[in-house]
Design a binder for this molecule. Structure first.
Ligand code: FAD
Length: 285
């Protein structure tokens, strides 16, 4: 690594002051699972590292009747093991449990994953499917951004210089709701070759009153499969297969590497959308 100064603020306010003072020279550190390897490879060479790990308030996860909140510094394991989340919104612990291995889940953070926006990360799909709001602090105060506006391109998000993601808010789903996350793991890291998160709420007749599908691993940025959602609203489980055929509609550029071709990832998106939606509807019912 190139040399850097290290700061470990104890409050969000002092962290924000440091971020603003050092501007583009600084990087905030969460669990370090992506930042440290990038620095070792000199893909990132910040002259200042601001470690958020000592700010206890950013690690909190709460599951209320109205809102679920996840602090940006909450680890994947904190979500996976939360006592109330299995009953309030099982899609969250189900997604967390799919990430990497036990060490990765104990150190990697939800906020770090979202801010880093790796095209193969699991959380973006689930955050899109749950219509999450991201709370962001910056030089001009605080703002909230919907997940659907946040993931812009490969490793690019709506976060602006000097801004810090502070937390995630999700409306607690009503009782007649269900979600599911289905992925194929890259066998070494566990990252998603393709991953689909589906969330539905059923009406009294058992049809989908609302549908949201988030897809990761397939395009440069995770996306909402809007064509699938439009085809399924007002319909029941019988319509899932036809609707899922649209899971890669509108994708202009596919992720492609020695693990999987773009065509294969598009195929996985369609198959996993069908599986995730079917499970979500069964759970909601
Ligand atoms: C071996 C291995 C396997 C993995 N497997 C998976 C997997 O299967 N699925 C998966 O989804 N992920 C996987 N990951 C990723 C991991 O789970 C982390 O979430 C991810 O690497 C981000 O790391 P971090 O939280 O430690 O953040 P860091 O590495 O500390 O930060 C990442 C980037 O985000 C920025 N950042 C961090 N927090 C904030 C914030 N609050 N506000 C603004 N910017 C911020 C940092 O400046 C940095 O640029 C794996 C990682 C490893 C090392």
């Amino acid at each position: 690594m190139t040399p850097f100064d290290y700061h470990a603020p104890k409050t969000l306010r002092s962290a924000m002051r440091l971020v603003q003072a050092f501007g583009d020279d600084a990087k905030v550190l969460a669990g370090g699972h992506s930042l440290i390897p990038s620095m070792k490879l000199r893909l990132a060479a910040p002259s200042v590292v601001i470690d958020l790990g000592g700010i206890a308030g950013l690690k909190r996860v709460t599951a209320g009747n109205e809102t679920i909140t996840i602090g940006a510094l909450a680890t994947h394991y904190a979500v996976e093991s939360h006592r109330l989340l299995p009953s309030k919104c099982s899609l969250l612990p189900e997604t967390a449990a799919e990430i990497g291995d036990a060490q990765v889940r104990n150190r990697g953070t939800v906020g770090g994953s979202i801010a880093h926006a790796d095209p193969a990360a699991d959380w973006p799909a689930t955050m899109l499917a749950l219509d999450a709001q991201f709370d962001i602090g910056g030089p001009d105060g605080e703002r909230a951004v919907a997940a659907s506006d946040f993931f812009v391109d490969l490793f690019i998000t709506d976060l602006q210089p000097g801004e810090v993601l502070t937390g995630i808010r999700i409306a607690t789903p009503p009782e007649n709701s269900g979600g599911a996350y289905v992925k194929m793991r890259q066998s070494a890291s566990g990252f998603a070759l393709a991953g689909v998160a589906a969330h539905v709420t059923l009406d009294d007749a058992g049809n989908c009153a609302s549908v949201a599908v988030g897809v990761t691993g397939v395009a440069p940025a995770a996306y909402r499969a809007r064509a699938v959602e439009d085809a399924l609203v007002g319909q029941g489980i019988d319509a899932v297969a036809d609707a899922s055929a649209h899971a890669a509609d509108g994708v202009e550029e596919f992720q492609e590497d020695h693990h999987a071709s773009g065509d294969y990832r598009a195929h996985l998106a369609r198959v996993f959308t069908q599986q995730a939606l079917s499970q979500a509807i069964e759970r909601a019912a």
